[in-house]
Write a protein that binds this ligand. Sequence first.
Ligand code: ADP
Ligand code: MG
Length: 260
Amino acid sequence: MQESIVIKNLRKTFRLSKKQMRIDKTDNPLKVAVDDISFSTYKGEIFGLLGPNGAGKTTTLRCIATLIKPDAGDITVEGINIEDDVNIKKNIAFLTNELNLEKMFTPNYLFDYFSSFYGIDQETVEKRKNYLFKIFGIDKFSEVKIGELSTGMKQKTSIVISLVNDPDVIIFDEPTNGLDVITAKTVTDFLLELRNQGKSIIISTHIMNLVEKICDRVGIILDGKLVLCDSVEKVLKSHPGKDIEDVFFSIFNEVNYEEH
Ligand SMILES: Nc1ncnc2c1ncn2[C@@H]1O[C@H](COP(=O)(O)OP(=O)(O)O)[C@@H](O)[C@H]1O
Ligand SMILES: [Mg+2]
């Protein structure tokens, strides 16, 4: 199996505002969101970063997607440091279900607009648009303004727009969060399809059975630290009779026991 993304000793600290310090009930203005995390992903696999709210999942993914700069650590994609190569950056898509599409435009217009940034020829754009719009059921709504679409359709459009350039690395923060069950199924089926195409995929989630359903490897992250990282199969094999949720809680209780 070919290594794709390699993350070594990633660390990210945030300086908290006074208000955040009050909310977090802390005197320390520095929050270590990601604390010396290392893991690798492989082509044709889905890696699931599993952890509760505030564990550091989004921060890790945003570092990999070059949206924020880590304090320390190295991230390479196929051996090339992501900081050094603009083409690598373009090849990494960061997806969320948070909506940020301009309401006035149609899916069709937005797809063409974002494709134009990558200099893709019109024939390829049309082919890809047809393929993605069909999978996500956007084809019937391609000329409807975003502002008039249902929430699910807006979310699907935003996913499709992030994939215009057919990236090899797909990072998806909480892929099923806020989606209705049908849309969630479309999205998870599509992730499996991307896996079949040999893409390297990292998702974050707090949903344990999503990991069991679609992930090949899992990393459990607690309070900024990666406390377990292995193939889902191996994790299940080494904990007979347990599912991922059982494994998660036994690790969670252990860590909390050690701390208190
Ligand atoms: N921009 C930021 N400024 C300050 N603190 C942040 C910022 N982003 C995240 N954090 C803090 O870092 C920790 C990890 O957050 P995050 O990566 O969003 O966790 P998760 O995605 O697992 O819920 C949390 O305590 C969060 O409050
Ligand atoms: Mg998050």
